[in-house]
Design a protein around this ligand. Structure first.
Ligand SMILES: [Zn+2]
Length: 362
């Protein structure tokens, strides 16, 4: 994610903060300084930091549970609207998805329970009154907000955690594609209700949340239809068959010429026997060229190895899965003999989706 930068590592995941988060802190600090003076400003800023520590703990709940199922969690990003734990892939078994989704809110339940056990009274006051209320108001608000985080995240609509639980529960009975579509639709319906309430009550935050849910649910829905279409197409329908290749021993200079000569963004690296050794992407080439005296280095040093391969007749969603699981720039399409006859990238799957989407509409 652009505009976010790392602030450290925790439990093996990189913790990143979005630049706008500091804008939020500065705004809260300035607003409470004007109304309540420097002490109120300090209390409010510390409170927001404590609140976001709870959000980070929530995201680590998801991340650590995902890791138990062998899913890598490279980073967690803190945004003004909450946190975002990036999982390498989504758990496919419904039981695992439910466990990962519930682990986040469960952390907030624990925090709430600990605060209440220690004597906090879960009570919401406005941020403006926080400065006057002392420690009682501070911990009471933090307990209340953790409870709110649980309720908000358990709303049974995408992209909330509750939506994932809902989808996973539905997918026991109706298959993952239909379940996702239903969960995404219910998310959009809920966004309409939130948007309507936000407008009638004059609550801009609720309108913002409604827009966020609507867009995220739509994206999830689009991803499902993409997969649905992909299921009915084969690898051979989407593959690129006109392309130039490079040899592992070709220099980066030769590769640069190929980038200029063609419109390709990635080049299969093929040995003399016709076997695929890897892919050289334009970005990897540019990165390698940045080092001094690298023009005469062989392509083999800059290429991505371990390119997945699917047979010609494989369903296209198998190619999508292979792209997603491997993180490779392309997936090779091979004849039964093992020879590569074409390759598929995310970009040309996207083009295919646009075209087949148009056909259905006509
Ligand atoms: Zn969550």
């Amino acid at each position: 994610m652009t505009w976010s930068f790392p602030i450290g590592h925790l439990f093996g995941s990189e913790l990143r903060v979005h630049a706008t988060f500091f804008l939020l802190l500065a705004w809260i600090g300035a607003a409470s300084w004007i109304t309540g003076g420097p002490v109120a400003a300090a209390i409010n800023v510390v409170f927001v930091l404590a609140l976001f520590a709870c959000v980070v703990a929530h995201e680590f709940g998801h991340a650590l549970m995902a890791r138990r199922f062998g899913i890598a969690t490279p980073d967690i990003t803190l945004l003004p609207i909450g946190g975002l734990a990036r999982l390498d892939r989504m758990p496919e078994k419904p039981g695992q998805e439910i466990a990962v989704a519930l682990a986040g809110p469960a952390v907030n339940v624990v925090i709430w329970a600990v605060l209440v056990t220690l004597g906090a009274q879960a009570e919401l006051t406005s941020l403006a009154q926080l400065g006057e209320g002392g420690a009682t108001a501070f911990w009471g608000n933090l307990a209340a907000i953790n409870l709110f985080l649980v309720l908000f995240n358990m709303i049974p609509a995408f992209p909330m955690d509750g939506g994932r639980v809902f989808r996973a529960a539905l997918s026991y009975g109706m298959g993952r594609v239909a379940a996702t579509r239903l969960a995404a639709r219910s998310g959009q319906a809920l966004a309409f209700v939130f948007g309507f309430l936000g407008l009638t009550w004059g609550n801009p935050l609720l309108v913002l949340i409604a827009i966020f849910i609507f867009v995220a649910a739509g994206a999830e829905s689009a991803d499902v239809s993409l997969r649905d279409t992909a299921r009915h197409l084969r690898a051979r329908d989407a593959m690129i068959i006109h392309f130039e290749t490079l040899r592992p021993s070709d220099t980066l200079q030769v590769a640069s010429n190929a980038v200029i000569r063609t419109t390709q963004h990635e080049f299969p690296v093929v040995d003399a026997g016709g076997g695929l050794r890897g892919f050289l992407t334009r970005n990897a080439l540019f990165a390698a060229l940045a080092a001094e005296g690298s023009r005469m280095r062989p392509v083999a040093e800059a290429m991505t190895e371990g390119i997945p391969s699917v047979p010609l007749a494989a369903p296209l969603d198998a190619a999508l899965d292979a792209l997603q699981d491997s993180g490779a720039p392309a997936v090779a399409v091979s004849e039964p003999s093992g020879r590569m006859v074409g390759y598929i990238t995310r970009e040309n799957i996207g083009e295919l989706m646009v075209i087949s989407g148009r056909e259905r509409r006509m």
